[in-house]
Design a binder for this molecule. Structure first.
Ligand code: GLU
Ligand code: ZN
Length: 312
């Protein structure tokens, strides 16, 4: 069911690991159009918790490109690095409920405990530290993992329909919410923030489909409602794209954002009229909001969300 226009709240949540590239622009455009077409708000959140991966100047570059592309957001920009107490509160809630445990496995130990490599090349955590007491002495600072369960998690994607995913215990295994270096895991921060800001609709790249069941599991565990999801193809998981790899990975040229916007709209299957080929971003987006057809977005050829992401 389409969400009610009065309550729609969407967001774009880039990580400042570099300037905006075409793949993130596609996610920005799709989430922006979906929100605006329904009279909703569109918030901007900088996912800057993974400090070793942050690049100096990336936040400014992303904001500048979005502005040049007339992708105007509502309200102040949120920075996850300023919201640590909210993630710590969620961790405390989960720890008090007996759902977290400390894990001191090194990457090497985790790799060694895998029998054979799964086809995705990604590892399921074996649960080696499950029995560890909270007050045990640690040889090194622990990571904190959440106990997963054998209940399968299903969800509906507005474009792809129903995903019946394997249960987390046998697919990803117990996953990390706080890394040994103290960094809050993306999975936890995204859930806490989307709930805190009342996000009703998550429109993002399909590379994050693999994370969706973990996020729904976390939401249920924290007693938070599940939003609606729409995953759009990403440059990395659509095969046979005519655009070259270099063009997809290159930063969006903030000197000529209209060209990138045009490509993003075509990538999203929107039938932009030739008369707008050289229109300024504002005009292009005005047309695209009015004619937004999510059902025209190309579906993934082989949608898969069973494969967990690499541990991080
Ligand atoms: N920060 C994530 C990324 O840049 C996006 C998170 C999300 O949309 O859920 O890939
Ligand atoms: Zn462990």
């Amino acid at each position: 069911m389409p969400p009610s226009p009065a309550t729609y709240r969407g967001r774009f949540a880039p990580s400042p690991t570099g300037p905006l590239h075409f793949g993130s622009l596609v996610a920005a455009v799709a989430s922006f159009l979906d929100a605006r077409a329904q009279g909703g708000s569109w918030l901007l959140r900088i996912e800057d918790l993974d400090t070793p991966r942050n690049r100096p100047g990336a936040v400014d570059a992303i904001l500048y490109t979005l502005e040049r592309a007339a992708l105007h957001w509502d309200g102040p920009v949120t920075h996850q690095s300023a919201r640590m107490e909210h993630y710590e509160a969620a961790l405390t809630q989960l720890r008090d409920a007996g759902l977290l445990y400390p894990c001191t496995c090194s990457r090497r130990e985790i790799a060694d405990s895998i029998v054979g490599m799964p086809p995705s090349g990604e590892a399921r955590y074996s649960g080696a530290c499950r029995g560890r007491a909270l007050d045990s002495r640690f040889p090194r600072p622990p990571a904190w993992r959440i106990r997963t369960t054998a209940h399968p998690i299903a969800f509906d994607d507005r474009l792809h329909g129903r995903f019946e995913t394997a249960d987390l215990e046998s697919s990803t295994g117990d996953f990390i919410l706080r890394r040994a270096d103290g960094v809050i895991a993306y999975q936890l921060a995204v859930v806490v923030d989307d709930a805190a800001f009342g996000i009703t609709d998550i429109v993002r790249g399909a590379d994050l489909l693999a994370s969706t069941s973990r996020q729904i599991f976390l939401r249920r565990t924290l007693g938070l409602p599940t939003p609606s999801y729409l995953h759009v193809p990403t440059a990395t998981n659509t095969r046979g794209e005519k655009l070259s790899k270099q063009a997809l990975a290159a930063p969006v040229d903030s000197g000529n954002p209209a060209a990138a916007l045009w490509l993003a709209l075509r990538f999203l299957g929107q039938q932009t009229p030739a008369s707008l080929r050289h229109a300024p971003p504002r005009d292009l987006l005005a047309w695209a909001v009015e004619h937004w057809r999510p059902s025209s977005i190309p579906r993934l050829q082989s949608a898969s969300c069973e494969n967990p992401e690499p541990l991080h």
